[in-house]
Design a binder for this molecule. Structure first.
Ligand SMILES: Cc1cc2nc3c(=O)[nH]c(=O)nc-3n(C[C@H](O)[C@H](O)[C@H](O)COP(=O)(O)OP(=O)(O)OC[C@H]3O[C@@H](n4cnc5c(N)ncnc54)[C@H](O)[C@@H]3O)c2cc1C
Length: 647
């Protein structure tokens, strides 16, 4: 290149967890396809590790596992081809893992640290495949602030005061660490004045100071979800305990003596249930028959929806369809099951009567085919099996819980295709995209959004569909048997008790369940809430660049706490109502504007939202860099010196 060097066009991606990495990957793939007239510089920036980010940092213990089978995970936007591994063409996590470790089966659950290594590998390959007119800079840095420059660009200030001016900013800052709410603050303050007590706020287990909990301490855990399993494994296997299998296949725990005693509970009193044995290939794509995008789009055309009336009946009909088809297949064979599905689809096709119950139609057809003995799936009853029950004491509760968990393991063993129970729950995962079509961007009325959807459906379905690998549930049973873990019971209550100078946990449904504990761990990952943000997002909020997504309607406003963004490519909506065209916000901070943003990877096969969303941002961000004419990046490049080497 001769004459004056063109000013490079710079794009900063702030936060390189899966979302940020996906954007970098798509930027690189697009750059390789279409030369730009000016050099392009990509800045991948992360405060913890560039590539893996915080949740998947490579330095976490190996016993913390993913809860997505490796065959369903990819960070490349296309499969490997004859060419080199590069943006747009590379292996899934399972393919990469298998190449050096026989444990890397597509149905296996990888350690989180291993996924972090894969993400770093992806970033290296993306970097290595960049064309001559583009360059990647890895910044191991906390971005403290972003200001608008008078020339329309953005000035990033790093934690150490260094500055960098860029043309486009992508905010993929992921999981929040919001300020404590008043009840949490009261618990933290109670512990702060008593050296023998500790209160640990909800966070990724890898980032909780669990090692400081003394052996034999009494530990209360709030929540029985995925983080609870992480905390449990860290306090047992992480303390040197081991699991052994006896001749009959039962698992037993051999304690190291360094474990604390754990007492855990939740609203339902039931640990989140294991997912069914995976029988679906990584590229599996489910075609909804009844709960379709078209049906939900047509419903939305009539105005904001009521989740319970307009969405749930069709969603549950799809769940019933999968359930009944699996039962019919088992009883009468695949041909009859296929006939059932085809007849059900035909009978519910077309606009139909808005008040007709599609589930009744399904059950009538199933009855004709010889399966008339099954009630419709009742998600609430399945997720709250102890609702309204009272127990004479912890022994009775534990007996019942163990029976429930063992039965659930049998159901999980039947598989997520052949087993009717786990297959129909897995269908809810498969139709998440259709749920999004119905609810995103104010699809529901404010009250329905807040109460029916977020207040009822989301927790109920999460407790049934987002569970850990089966092995974790077996380990939990062994820990109860070994006396290391007690599950307190339903409707968990907890608090600080000045009289005993300790925290307490109890279930009003289990007589004699009240116990004092020295450590209280909140094992619930905090959701995003712009009102309680700290740091970068809070500064942008205070200057009106980021605003709260409000679902407004005649029955009142619902201030969701999610960042308000436009539809794709997801520009933040400023306080004055204008989209900020040079910025993008993707993933968890935008939860509630969109639903189910807590996604950790793309999936091999056809592009889902995860990759399509990243690509839309990449396409829009590059639009500011003139195309057509090939420009080679001159040496040396003058940029702010990298603050660190990237993890
Ligand atoms: C413990 C845990 C386990 C999970 N397991 C799974 C799973 O198995 N499968 C699955 O699909 N999903 C899983 N999830 C859901 C999860 O939401 C995603 O996997 C994923 O990490 C979200 O990606 P992200 O890029 O949006 O956010 P994150 O992974 O949180 O990444 C955001 C990044 O931004 C960085 N950052 C934030 N602010 C700044 C700043 N100001 N400057 C610089 N960097 C900044 C952070 O350091 C972080 O690395 C899990 C979540 C948790 C918490």
């Amino acid at each position: 290149m001769t004459g004056a060097e063109p000013r490079p066009y710079r794009i900063a991606v702030i936060g390189t967890g899966p979302r940020g990495l996906a954007v970098v990957e798509r930027l690189a793939a697009r750059l390789a396809e279409a030369p730009t007239a000016v050099p392009v510089e990509l800045y991948a920036m992360d405060a913890v590790q560039v590539g893996p980010g915080r949740i998947w940092r490579t330095s976490q213990p190996r016993w913390l596992l993913m809860n997505t089978p490796a065959g369903e995970v990819t960070m490349f936007s296309g499969p490997p081809d004859d060419g080199p591994t590069r943006a747009g063409a590379g292996p899934s996590l399972a393919q990469w893992w298998q190449a050096f470790d026989p444990a890397g089966h597509p149905h296996a659950y990888a350690p989180r640290a291993l996924y972090g290594q894969y993400m770093r590998y992806v970033l290296n390959r993306v970097d290595g495949g960049l064309p001559g007119w583009a360059r990647l800079h890895r910044f191991y840095a906390q971005v403290a602030d972003v200001h608008e420059n008078p020339d329309g660009r953005y000035r990033l200030t790093l934690h150490d005061g260094r500055q960098l001016v860029v043309d486009r900013v992508v905010l993929t800052t992921g999981h929040a660490r919001p300020t404590l709410d008043p009840p949490q603050r009261a618990l933290a303050e109670f512990a702060a004045t008593r050296p023998h007590l500790r209160y640990l706020r909800g966070d990724s287990a890898a980032d909780l100071p669990l090692a400081r909990i003394p052996a034999r301490a009494r530990v209360g855990v709030l929540g029985l979800g995925l983080s609870f399993y992480d905390v449990l494994i860290a306090l047992t296997v992480g303390r040197g305990g081991t699991f052994t299998e006896d001749a009959g296949g039962a698992l037993h725990y051999r304690a190291s003596g360094r474990e604390p005693h754990v007492l855990a509970g939740s609203r339902s009193g039931i640990p989140i249930l294991a997912r069914g044995r995976n029988q679906k290939p990584g590229e599996h794509a489910y075609r909804p028959r009844l709960f379709t995008h078209e049906r939900m789009l047509a419903a939305r055309a009539r105005g904001p929806l009521d989740f319970g009336t307009d969405v749930l009946p069709w969603l549950l009909a799809e769940v019933d369809l999968v359930y009944l088809a699996a039962v019919i297949r088992r009883r009468f064979g695949a041909d009859v099951a296929d006939r059932f599905v085809a007849e059900a689809e035909a009978a519910t096709a077309g606009p139909g009567d808005r008040d007709a119950d599609p589930r009744a139609v399904l059950h009538r057809i199933a009855g004709r085919l010889g399966v008339g003995d099954l009630p419709p799936v009742d998600l609430y009853a399945w997720s709250r099996r102890f609702a309204g029950r009272d127990f004479s004491g912890p022994d009775e509760f534990h007996r019942e819980l163990a029976a429930l968990l063992r039965h659930d393991l049998d159901l999980a063993e039947e598989g997520n295709v052949d087993g009717p129970f786990k297959a129909c729950l897995d269908a809810i995962r498969d139709v998440r995209g259709v749920i999004r079509t119905a609810v995103d961007y104010r699809g529901l009325t404010p009250a329905s959004h807040r109460d029916e959807f977020l207040g009822w459906f989301v927790p109920v379905s999460a407790s049934l569909t987002t569970g850990p690998p089966r092995e974790r549930q077996r380990q939990l049973l062994a820990l109860v048997e070994a006396g290391v873990l007690g599950v307190v019971g339903p409707e968990l209550r907890w608090g600080a008790d000045p009289e005993t100078d300790a925290f307490y946990v109890e279930s009003p449904r289990v007589a004699g369940s009240r116990s004092t504990v020295d450590v209280l761990i909140d094992a619930r990952i905090p959701g995003p809430d712009l009102r309680r943000e700290t740091g970068l997002l809070a500064l942008l909020r205070d200057r009106g660049l980021l605003t709260n997504h409000v679902n407004a309607g005649p029955d009142g406003d619902f201030v969701t706490g999610g960042v308000s963004v436009t539809r794709s490519p997801f520009h933040p909506v400023r306080a004055d109502g204008r989209p900020e065209q040079g910025m993008y916000v993707l993933g968890i901070p935008t939860e509630h504007t969109r639903w189910f943003t807590q996604v950790g990877s793309g999936r091999p096969g056809t592009w889902g939202d995860f990759i399509a969303d990243a690509d839309a941002i990449a396409g829009d961000a590059l639009r500011g860099a003139p195309l057509d004419e090939i420009a080679e990046l001159a040496e040396p490049v003058t940029v702010a010196e990298p603050v660190g080497s990237g993890g």
